[in-house]
Write a protein that binds this ligand. Sequence first.
Ligand code: ARG
Length: 343
Amino acid sequence: MVPVSFDLFSDASTSLVKQYLSAELFNQLKDKVTATGFTLEKALQSGIINPDSAIGIYAGDAQSYQCFSSIFIPIILHYHGVNLGKKHSTDIHLVDFQPPDPEGKYIRSSRVRVARNISGFSFSNHIALAERYRLEKQVVSVLSALGGDLKGSYCPFEHCESSQFKLLKQQQLTFEKGDRFQDAAGINADFPKGRGIFYSDDRRLRVWLNEEDHLRIISQETSADLAGLFNHLTKAILELEKKLPFVRDERFGYLSSCPTNIGTSMRAGVHIQLEKLGQRKELLSSITKGHDLQIRGTQGEKTRVENNVFDISNSRRLGISEVDIITGLNEGLKALIDAEEKL
Ligand code: ARG
């Protein structure tokens, strides 16, 4: 028999899911259903429609990681390069170190985000509209109670005619409907209903609601004060955690709809302009790889690098702690700046 993965995925597909889903595994999993009704077929939708998917699978709820573990585990091992025998431990606390680019010569902006999902709800690719609204209401009530430098406002996208929304859009604080990968996964269903953004009065903290995950908690600045940025985000996460039951698994850490984001679910990165290293791609890539960093395009995932402005962020998210990610990024950036200055 021809392996089913050959039937499901186009010849052009090089996704991890195609690589690991054998015909036997497919047959073993095809009739399984989670308590919320999530199936393998739905998990594979985006990877089938988009042959250029790198991963090609999404989880529809927390239980998907158990129910379909025989396909998620090899993908997680491959992507995160970890040994799953160990527990994933979380370490989020205040840090103190010198910024990597104190004079702001290279770093244009820095950003740290984590993804969080709330227990008892299907993930964004599988949630019904009424549930999206219920989740929005629950989260907004907690966000609205934040005080001090986390105090802010919520802007629902449904009222996108509002002057509040227009202003936020101008300031590039809103998020757009998801790309074709997210779309095929079901993440854009009923957009913009139930979506919105909470932003602190000083705009440093943003929380995206009902995007690829229930919450994306983001701290962003134009400076390169990574420790300050991380501490700010840490405060927000610790506050929210007191009131919201985030889904967490002993081995996989915080769970997300896309298996690339499990673990710390944290991406910490900068936009950095490296004119000279930009001409020395091999050196640039060996320094970033050596520090477990990855390079994305200037406008984010799957975009091009413009004017030698690289989006550089941590590549490890599982089996590493939040504090180790931020200190590792700091070290890697110092090495890059050092190399740039020597060229
Ligand atoms: N599903 C897409 C792929 O397989 C995106 C994967 C990672 N990105 C993300 N935003 N979750 O290539």
